[in-house]
Design a protein. Structure first.
Length: 499
């Protein structure tokens, strides 16, 4: 894949100025600053390895942004590399199969961001195929990009699959980033990297031209350093798309998601506390208790909820993901231009991807593709439809909706994810059981993760989950907590844990 070094692109950007005076002024802008930081700490120094490709047309985009007004004008973002952009960068999903995937298409929500003046700096690394290839994978690894590292502890996981987006924002490589989630892939990287991540209601933002896993659960979403910034991005990204039936109601729910965040309050708001999502680690419990104390001090009424997700919910979710991976990925691959397979055999089905991986030693060096193979064999449509109906009911109507109604609470809160675990390419991810974000993922409901502090220097997030289309109120609750938080949020050490 064509990958331009940061130093080379920086020279290109400076050369775009017409005169030495303009070059001097241009060099003071954030684009060059971010490029210098990427060169210093992403490609050299600690080598976070969050950025997989840089946009050679970023200078033109920044020049165009100068004619735009509004809160996003000139804001520099990175985009997860399973999301197509019309820039001269491939969309690889981390796979060598798609290293030449210059489709030349913008995912429709990118049109809204560009109109708002956002500047696309590049693409971020990810867990290959969005972490739906092997049950023993290492989050943040792809054959194209290698292993992304957590800026807070370089030997610890950045979580997946939006690992590069989370690590990049934590390390200050851009103002904001776009991630995608099927189950935890925005919120977990946000949590362990100490940033804000928002998974909107499924259908709030189109998935057209995004490499898929599941049309039932996939969504894209913003990853930023504050709730307000996430809300600003969401405002530009949300909307209906005729090509994505899930978004039919999006225009009716689209609003200025950032409006009122500065004055949002938790006073009198009843919050359901998912105690069983905390786990048994004493330090995790202590940090969560501090977050609850801050919520209470801000006026929230806390209601303990004794709830354990039924095992069949996760079982049936897995069936849904396997079945839809086979069908949805094939539909995407069939839309990819033939020129995207310049030096690789054309792939139009999941079976083609499986065959390609078997022929490429680098693809299967660290872990296999058992989930791909299971998906290829999952063809029973009736069983799939039954599994989808059941998992959606258990997570939605009989899950979040019932918990909210029975306990007369507005939102559910819990730790988002455990502290980052050690990177292990040989045996894969190993972490403690913390969080309950699968409820929102399976139901397709909004889920916000806001930093709540750290355990032994390892960040953790606090989750706010609400019902369908309740995105704005969830953001308002998260913003109110963000202002009320008394626990310091750690800054990245850019060192190995404990050093």
């Amino acid at each position: 894949m064509s990958r331009l070094a940061a130093a080379t692109i920086s020279a290109v950007l400076l050369a775009a100025a017409a005169t030495p005076g303009e070059a001097k002024t241009y060099a003071q802008h954030s684009l060059v600053t971010y490029l210098a930081r990427i060169k210093a700490i992403d490609k050299a120094g600690p080598k976070i390895n969050a950025v997989i490709a840089l946009n050679p047309d970023a200078a033109k985009a920044e020049a165009a942004a100068k004619t735009v007004t509004g809160p996003l004008a000139g804001k520099v973002i990175l985009v997860k590399d399973n999301i197509e952009t019309a820039d001269r960068m491939p969309t690889t999903a981390g796979s060598l199969l798609l290293k030449d995937n210059y489709a030349g298409r913008d995912a429709p929500f990118m049109v809204g961001l560009r109109a708002a003046g956002v500047v696309v700096l590049g693409k971020t690394n990810l867990s290959e195929w969005a972490n739906m290839r092997s049950g023993q994978s290492s989050s943040g690894w792809s054959a194209v990009g290698g292993q992304t590292r957590n800026p807070h502890a370089l030997d610890r996981s950045p979580c997946g699959s939006s690992s590069g987006s989370g690590a990049a924002i934590a390390a200050g490589l851009a103002w904001g980033a776009i991630g995608s989630e099927t189950d935890g892939s925005i919120t977990c990287p946000a949590s362990v990297n100490g940033i804000v991540g928002f998974k909107p209601t499924v259908g709030m933002i189109t998935r057209t031209h995004v490499v898929p896993i599941s049309h039932s659960q996939d969504t894209v979403g913003p990853m930023t350093t504050s709730v307000r910034d996430a809300a600003l991005m969401l405002t530009a990204m949300a909307g209906s798309d005729p090509a994505d039936p899930a978004t039919a109601e999006a225009n009716a729910h689209k609003t200025d998601f950032a409006a009122g965040l500065a004055t949002s309050s938790l006073k009198g708001v009843r919050l359901g506390v998912l105690r069983k999502a905390v786990g048994s680690n004493p330090k995790v419990i202590a940090l969560f208790d501090k977050a609850l104390a801050d919520l209470k001090a801000a006026g929230a009424e806390l209601v303990d909820i004794d709830y354990t997700p039924p095992e069949e919910m996760g079982r049936d979710e897995y069936t849904v993901l396997l079945y839809e991976l086979r069908t949805d990925l094939a539909a995407y691959l069939q839309s990819v231009p033939a020129t995207s397979f310049k030096d690789t055999p054309p792939a139009r089905t999941l079976a083609d991807v499986i065959a390609f991986n078997k022929a490429q030693p680098k693809e299967l060096r660290w872990f296999g593709q058992n989930e791909f193979e299971e998906a290829e064999a999952t063809t029973d449509k009736a069983a799939y439809e039954k599994a989808r109906e059941n998992s959606l009911r258990l997570a939605g109507v009989d899950g979040i909706d019932k918990l909210l109604a029975d306990n007369r609470v507005s939102f559910l809160v819990a730790p988002t994810a455990p502290p980052a675990w050690a990177i292990d390419l040989v045996t894969g991810d190993h972490s403690i059981d913390v969080g309950m974000g699968s409820l929102a993922a399976i139901a397709g409901y909004p889920h916000l993760s806001v930093p709540m502090g750290a355990v032994e220097g390892l960040p953790m997030g606090l989750s706010f989950m609400g019902t369908k289309w309740d995105d704005k109120r969830v953001l308002e609750a998260g913003a109110a907590y963000e202002r009320a938080r008394t626990v310091p949020v750690p800054k990245p050490s850019l060192k190995r844990w404990g050093e």
